[in-house]
Design a binder for this molecule. Structure first.
Ligand SMILES: Nc1ncnc2c1ncn2[C@@H]1O[C@H](COP(=O)(O)OP(=O)(O)OP(=O)(O)O)[C@@H](O)[C@H]1O
Ligand SMILES: [Mg+2]
Length: 239
């Protein structure tokens, strides 16, 4: 079942910089869609359009509701969590305070407590650093904290913007392993922005390649890999 669907979405920034020119994509319930594309292609802007952080038109539907004209705070309350590029840790708060902040909108305190235990088990490095300030964590730990904090809101969909940015390959590997585990264990749907196809193709149900604010290619990883020109141009498939 489709959870999120964008159809012919256009977006522009205040000042008139038009960035998206008709983007369409979908994320299934519990599914993973990845958004690939070069610097400046419009990947971050696509996530901002979903969240209501940038002017947009077209159609954005989430779980049968039209988000196209919805304000950012309402979008968040519907169950869409955004882990922005450059991470979303509150650097002045401790690890534990960051995780509590992630659950601030929830009323189901018993389940919040259980979720906290679950994420601390899944992210042992965060459990060890509960009292440490977010800003003093390593890059990889901050990325893990940003993801854990987003999940503490019990979202149905997580938007992850370049979780590998600025991380060493080994740490990137750990972050993506954790993302795979989260997907398996929580069934949360994800829209993952990446520049490196190798990191996301294995776990993606659907792949969208953006170029200059337009969809240059879309399909399952197998469908795209089967097209030589697309594989060579966008998937780094060699040959
Ligand atoms: N706040 C803003 N105001 C005006 N233009 C912006 C703003 N943010 C981004 N843009 C422009 O929108 C275009 C797309 O930017 P966007 O950040 O969506 O790209 P991206 O695909 O996420 O790139 P990267 O991989 O470098 O993060 C760029 O040309 C950028 O200059
Ligand atoms: Mg970006």
């Amino acid at each position: 079942m489709t959870l999120l669907e964008l159809a012919d979405v256009h977006a522009s920034y205040a000042g008139g910089n038009r960035v998206l020119h008709g983007v369409s994509l979908r994320v299934d319930e519990g599914g993973v869609t990845t958004l690939l594309g070069a610097n400046g292609a419009g990947k971050t802007t696509t996530l901002r359009a979903i969240c209501g952080m940038v002017g947009r038109r077209g159609t954005i539907q989430f779980d049968g509701r039209d988000l196209t004209h919805m304000r950012a705070d309402r979008v968040a309350r519907l169950g869409i969590a955004h882990v922005p590029q450059g991470r979303g840790t509150l650097t002045g708060l401790t690890v534990r305070e960051n995780l509590d902040a992630g659950a601030a909108l929830r009323r189901d305190r018993t389940q919040v407590r259980k979720d906290l235990d679950f994420y601390l088990e899944l992210f042992p490095r965060l459990a060890e650093r509960g009292k440490q300030k977010g800003g003093s964590l390593s890059g990889g730990e901050q990325q893990m904290l940003a993801i854990a904090r987003a999940l503490m809101g019990a979202p149905r969909l997580v938007l992850l913007d370049e979780p590998s940015l600025g991380l060493a390959p080994k740490v990137t590997g750990e972050v993506f392993e954790t993302i795979s585990t989260l997907r398996r264990e929580t069934g949360v749907a994800m829209l993952i922005v990446e520049q490196n196809p190798a990191l996301v193709l294995d776990m993606a149900d659907d792949v969208i390649v953006l170029e200059n604010g337009r969809v240059a290619a879309a399909g399952t990883p197998a469908e795209l890999s089967a097209q030589d020109a697309i594989r060579r141009a966008y998937l780094g498939g060699g040959e």
